[in-house]
Design a binder for this molecule. Structure first.
Ligand code: ANZ
Ligand code: ZN
Length: 819
């Protein structure tokens, strides 16, 4: 019998479907395992080999978990609302609903070709009213909890997409979707109070088995700064006084404050500005409005500002210092005002030099840069000895002085310890058609009222014109039948909110919907959700490190707080697969595969030529899964030959089994099982495949063939290869006399005593402290040991922060980590 992937692959896919092989069991004593892919948005471009890679990886892992005896949930669905889908539809001039449907059909066909064990009975689509009903329901809960609110504020506006954007969607001042320069627009906006969760979103990262890199990105995005709030009294020309709190991370430098700066948007600016300064201040405020935040916070930017004519009293020494406004102070960070210490902050130094303001040194160090007269030539920002301050801190170091000053301020009621976050509330409204309508009604009498839960979903109306209007309102605003409604409270006539939710809404909770995808009395069943979640393994690209992953964590915490679930983190383990790249002659670099670069490789013809199992194998074989790797078609033949060799080996020996295995064969088999299991456990799919290749080369040698093989050996080989090449292994399972699916079999175990290569345990230290152990083959390459060990301590160590690695072969490995 020849290896003929095409007919057998088709046959097995039909078998799986007809016999419900891939469906998650509802009644079982098996432990659960939830393996989830980040669901795709249905794009017309379909899947390229880069997308395949992530899906194959999670599928091999799911099938492996199934062989280990788990009841595996491995679902798939569509993140189909939002800008990308809508922009694509507009470009093609096809209604987003129709375009989305045809994209889903095509992508589903492609996903099926992967042969993944998705439980399609649980398929979800975020644009399905039965789904978004519950997205709206969650919004209503947030509204009840005071977490969804409306506020007039300057938001990021993309003039090309004609909609507001969240901060997370603005990259280097440009729209994340279309790269157009983002503008500021003052608009009344729906917001979600994600800042109320800032502390928990940072602290709970410690619980998660996520790559350190992603945790760091989230931490930086949330941007926690410990410091103090200090109250300065402002004296105004007309004799009135105001309290102005400033946020500082350096209370120790309070005696060096020589002026105060407020953001141009600060609400006190009008009140404190003197008559003489009014014109200049107004002009400056208008000029600052036109600038992007990126420009404003650029340290290299020439400093500008205007004097308000008012003075502030330094609470520690009663000194009166001038109050300025400048665009380098942001309105929405800290308190929107600062005490400026030019000697120890470079921005303040540049500003003071330009406007001739005093520079008072309060931290002395030999290392400060000075000119020949002994004057500072730049701000000194490191540690040193306190000078020019008062008795209780002079002579101390920065950290002691900080503590003393905060204590003193608190006692006098002039300040307190506080924490500032960079994170802002989430702008949750879009002025676009293709999204979930925000379920709010405005009534003249009752004000802003949430739609009654029983009246959900608020259906997205079918319209002719779905293009953005650019008026600041969504296209829904011109549909009278949609807008006019009655108030849920008083029954009087009222109007609906016409903004829709951002594309991230549906994906912020979809992992919960897979549990009970068809339930229409609730978003999910609480008991079932508590059983199945958190997700055990979540697989997807690093590009979602802050957006989707932060939002999903936020939603989960809100649902926890309102008592809907008993866990407060959605994803236990996260794996980011690397990108598949193509080498570009033009740039001389590896480039990410994308339609716009024209370097996309379509998997369909490869599947046609070699079969799915070969393409699956090759996707994983091209490189370490967490790394970016280069695609070239040339290696794929090797994977095909390997599968054919495996096929031939089983068929040649079928029904001619040896009674006993030769010792060397047995040793090779057990070391194969050991290697595959240990490499899979550390997500080294590529080297797991090499182990199979080595084994098959060994057993195909004429002198080894002569020895013969037992049925047990061959069955074990088929079983452990099955997660990688499921179709072929199903067929071979039949060939060796079995009925039913190979995925009902048990994962073979290795016997350490039988392995000829010695397995040793290596101690892993981080900065000299024992943090774990890793089993490797004796005399394994250092590179492999380092990789495995890093994987083992992934939760503690960011590989980018390892400054030195010391490896004592076969004994101990020590990572020196900075920071
Ligand atoms: C006095 C001072 C002295 C400061 C010194 C620094 C060094 P991070 O670490 O980013 O939190 N700041 C406070 N609010 C600001 C705002 N709304 N816009 C711009 N800058 C603001 O930075 C905190 C520091 O940034 C604060 O500490 C404040 O300047 C400034 F030697 O206060 B500092
Ligand atoms: Zn009313």
């Amino acid at each position: 019998m020849q290896y003929n992937p095409h007919s057998l692959e088709k046959k097995w896919r039909v078998y799986w479907e007809e016999n419900h092989i891939n469906e998650t069991l509802s009644e079982t004593s098996k432990p659960k395992y939830y393996c989830l892919d980040m669901f795709p948005y249905p794009s017309g471009e379909g899947l390229h080999v880069g997308h395949w890679r992530g899906y194959v990886l999670s599928d091999v892992w799911s099938r492996y978990k199934r062989l280990q005896g788990y009841n595996v949930l491995h679902p798939m669905g569509w993140d189909a609302f939002g800008l990308p889908a809508e922009n694509a539809a507009i470009k093609k001039n096809i209604h987003p609903k129709i375009n989305t449907k045809s994209n889903v059909d095509n992508m589903k066909r492609q996903l099926k070709e992967i042969g993944a064990m998705y439980d399609w009975t649980r398929e979800i689509d975020t644009t399905d009213p039965g789904y978004y009903k519950w997205t709206q329901w969650i919004f209503v809960q947030m509204h009840k909890m005071g977490l969804a609110y409306r506020k007039k504020m300057p938001i990021n506006w993309c003039p090309s997409c004609k909609t507001g954007l969240a901060n997370e969607e603005v990259v280097d001042g440009k729209c994340d979707r279309c790269s157009t320069e983002v503008e500021k627009r003052e608009m009344l906006q729906w917001m979600l109070k994600i800042t109320a969760y800032a502390e928990r979103l940072i602290n709970d990262l410690d619980k998660l088995n996520w790559p350190e890199k992603v945790k760091t990105m989230q931490k930086n995005w949330i941007g926690r700064s410990e410091g103090a709030e200090v109250i300065f009294k402002i004296k105004v020309q007309d004799g009135s006084e105001y309290d102005l709190p400033v946020f500082t991370t350096r209370p120790d430098t309070l005696f060096g404050a020589t002026y105060v700066v407020m953001a141009p948007e600060h609400q006190l600016v009008d009140k404190i500005t003197s008559k003489e300064c009014k014109n200049a201040v107004e002009e400056y405020v208008n000029q600052a409005k036109a600038m992007s935040e990126i420009e404003r916070t650029d340290v290299a930017k020439d400093k500008t500002g205007a004097f308000t004519g008012a003075y502030a009293v330094n609470p520690v020494n009663g000194k009166e210092i001038p109050v300025w406004i400048s665009d380098y102070v942001l309105a929405h960070y800290g308190s929107g005002a600062i005490m400026a210490v030019p000697a120890h902050d470079q921005r303040d130094f540049d500003f003071a030099k330009k406007f001739g303001i005093d520079i008072i040194e309060v931290i002395f160090s030999e290392n400060a840069k000075r000119d020949e007269k002994g004057q500072l030539t730049e701000a000194y920002t490191e540690d040193g000895t306190l000078i020019n301050s008062c008795d209780f801190i002079n002579g101390k170091n920065v950290s002691d002085a900080k503590a003393n000053v905060v204590e003193w301020l608190a006692k006098k009621g002039l300040g307190k310890k506080t924490i500032a976050y960079k994170l802002r509330d989430w702008v949750f409204a879009r002025q676009r058609y293709w999204g979930e309508p925000i379920p709010i009604i405005y009534c003249d009498k009752c004000g802003e009222v949430a739609v009654d839960e029983k009246a959900l979903p608020v259906l997205l109306p079918e319209v002719e014109n779905y293009k953005p209007s650019g008026t600041g309102k969504s296209p829904l605003a011109i549909i009278p039948e949609f807008v006019h409604t009655t108030c849920p409270k008083c029954g009087g006539s009222a109007e609906r909110e016409t903004d829709t939710m951002p594309q991230w809404a549906g994906s912020s909770w979809y992992f919960l919907r897979y549990i009970n995808p068809k339930l229409n009395t609730a978003a999910f069943d609480k008991k079932d959700a508590n059983t199945w979640l958190p997700v055990d393994c979540y697989v997807g690209g690093i590009e979602h490190a802050v957006l989707h992953l932060l939002y999903a964590r936020f939603f989960t915490k809100v649902l926890f707080d309102c008592g809907c679930i008993d866990f407060d983190e959605p994803f236990d383990r996260l794996f980011n697969q690397g990108m598949v790249c193509k080498y570009s002659e033009k740039s001389g670099k590896l480039e990410k595969m994308s339609k716009s670069k024209g370097n996309v490789v379509n998997p369909d013809p490869l599947v046609e030529k070699y079969g799915t199992d070969t393409v699956r194998l090759y996707e994983l074989f091209i490189g370490a899964p967490e790394m970016d790797s280069e695609w070239s078609d040339s290696g794929i033949e090797g994977c095909y030959r390997f599968l054919k060799k495996s096929w031939d080996w089983v068929l040649e020996n079928n029904n001619k089994y040896a009674r006993e295995d030769n010792k060397e064969v047995l040793a090779k088999l057990h070391s194969l099982i050991f290697k595959v299991v240990s490499r899979l456990e550390s997500f080294k799919f590529n080297t797991a495949i090499s182990a199979f290749m080595e084994f098959i080369n060994f057993v195909s040698k004429p002198e080894v063939k002569k020895l013969g093989f037992t049925k047990d050996t061959i069955e074990k080989y088929i079983t452990i290869l099955a997660p990688f090449a499921p179709h072929m292994c199903e067929e071979l399972w039949q060939v060796t006399g079995h009925r039913g699916t190979v995925f009902e079999a048990k994962l073979p175990e290795y016997d350490e005593a039988l392995i000829d290569e010695e397995i040793i345990e290596i101690a892993i230290q981080v900065n000299g402290k024992l943090r774990g152990t890793v089993k490797v083959e004796k005399d394994a390459e250092e590179k492999k040991v380092v990789e495995d060990a890093l994987k083992e301590v992934e939760r503690l160590v960011d590989p980018d922060k390892v400054v030195k690695t010391i490896y004592v072969p076969n004994k101990i490995i020590n990572f020196i980590v900075k920071g």
